[in-house]
Every structure is written in structure tokens, then in C-alpha cells.
Design a protein around this ligand. Structure first.
Ligand SMILES: [Fe+2]
Ligand SMILES: [Fe+2]
Length: 243
């Protein structure tokens, strides 16, 4: 995979750094009091999650890039972090415009941050991609749950960026997995899938009000998350064990 594929991803992130997706002016921005009550605490947690602690990821990526002579990786991760910070800013501005309090701490966010801090690049990406896959299901649900045009377009904008993030992260993870011996690869897949399903269950427990409003029930939400996971990390017909 590496150097050529990374160049393609670097082109993608450079292009979007120069041409960030914008929320058009003049969209209807009306949120009912009931909607506001429903989404405010949940949105605050996701806004907090978007504020990635770039230094940890950048450190892990720099170590990895140095070991494998992949300078492009550091440039990609730098632009990726900026894009996530932009998501946090877009959500933060929307919340402030609607008098929704921002969160400065949340136990689920703390758990993710601690895990990522303890990790090398591969484990970091395993944790990160789980959050991004579930985040995408959540943002699509939020878009369905609200009548506010600005929030709908904001959710669509985030999903468009996140799809590329997930594409990049899964690309790197599948390449890294393929380098491991078969036994370690099976163990990693099992451990990661179990961790992912547990995370999705916690997201259901803590955000079910918004998810229910979008028509999800616990089973359909977990199935939607698992389908995303399988699409990106267990691609059909693409053996993880190269011949
Ligand atoms: Fe994001
Ligand atoms: Fe992302």
C-alpha cells in the first residue's frame, strides 16, 4: 500500500484544506424548544469528541513515519487534525447560536482519550475509527431527527468529511493488519470488533433519545453500526490474509 497510496490521501486532504466544505448562508435555522432539549446534551458530547487532542496522534504518527520512512503520513495527520478541529468549531458555533451549553468533560470522551494516549499509531487508529464509524451513524440519525435546515446541512457536511477519514483510516489499518502473522491478525480482528460493539452499545445507552427520534431501536442501531464496520474493515471478497 504505502507511499503511493499515502500520496493520494495527501492530495485529498490538501485539496480539502484549501477548499473546506461550507455551510451555505441563508438556510432556515429554526430549532424548536423541544428539539433543543432533546439534542443539546447529546450534541455537546459529540462536539467535545471532535476536539481531538492532536498532539498525541501527531506524536504516534511521527514515530511511525520515521520508522517506516513515510513523511507524507505526518502531513496527512496534520491536515486531518485541522479538519476535526474545524468540525468542533462548526458544531460549537451552531450550539452557541442556539444557546446550548458546551461540555468540557464527559466520561466517554475521557475513556477514548486515555486509550488513545496509551497507544501507538495502530491501536490509536483502531480506537479512532470506531468512534468515527459510530459518529457517522449518529450524524445521519441527527439529520433525520431535526427539522432545522442548518443542522441538517451541518450533519451532511460532517458525514462527507468523516467518510474520507474512515476511508483513510481503514486503508491504513487493513495494510497494517496484513503485515501481522495470521494468529495475531485474528486476535486483533476479534478484539477490535468486540470493542467496537461495546462502544456502540454505550453510545446507544447515552444518546438513545436522539437515536430513537430518528427511528432507531437498540437492535437496528447496533446493526447499522456493525454494517458500517464490516463494510470498511471486513471488506467482502478482499482477503485480509494475502495469498
Ligand atoms: Fe469529525
Ligand atoms: Fe473524523
Amino acid at each position: 500500500m504505502f507511499p503511493d497510496d499515502l500520496r493520494i490521501w495527501l492530495n485529498h486532504f490538501e485539496y480539502h484544506a484549501q477548499h473546506p466544505r461550507r455551510i451555505p448562508e441563508g438556510l432556515s435555522d429554526r430549532l424548536t424548544a423541544q428539539e433543543r432539549r432533546l439534542i443539546a446534551p447529546s450534541l455537546a458530547t459529540f462536539q467535545l469528541g471532535e476536539q481531538s487532542e492532536g498532539a498525541t496522534l501527531l506524536r504516534a504518527a511521527s514515530r511511525f513515519a520515521k520508522r517506516h520512512d513515510l513523511a507524507a503520513l505526518v502531513a496527512i495527520i496534520t491536515l486531518f487534525i485541522r479538519e476535526e478541529q474545524r468540525h468542533a468549531a462548526l458544531l460549537g458555533t451552531f450550539m452557541q447560536d442556539h444557546q446550548m451549553p458546551l461540555k468540557h468533560g464527559d466520561w466517554t470522551d475521557q475513556v477514548f482519550r486515555r486509550l488513545r494516549r496509551a497507544a501507538g499509531l495502530e491501536l490509536y487508529l483502531h480506537v479512532l475509527i470506531g468512534a468515527e464509524l459510530i459518529g457517522n451513524v449518529y450524524y445521519r440519525a441527527l439529520e433525520a431527527a431535526t427539522g432545522c435546515q442548518r443542522l441538517k446541512v451541518l450533519c451532511r457536511t460532517l458525514v462527507a468529511d468523516e467518510l474520507a477519514h474512515i476511508g483513510f483510516e481503514s486503508h491504513v489499518l487493513l495494510a497494517l493488519r496484513a503485515r501481522h502473522p495470521a494468529a495475531l491478525r485474528s486476535l486483533t480482528r476479534f478484539a477490535h470488533r468486540s470493542f467496537f460493539v461495546s462502544t456502540a452499545a454505550i453510545v446507544w445507552l447515552t444518546h438513545h433519545a436522539v437515536l430513537r427520534q430518528a427511528g432507531y431501536r437498540v437492535g437496528s442501531f447496533l446493526r447499522a453500526c456493525a454494517a458500517q464496520y464490516d463494510f470498511y474493515l471486513e471488506p467482502a471478497g478482499r482477503p485480509l490474509v494475502p495469498a
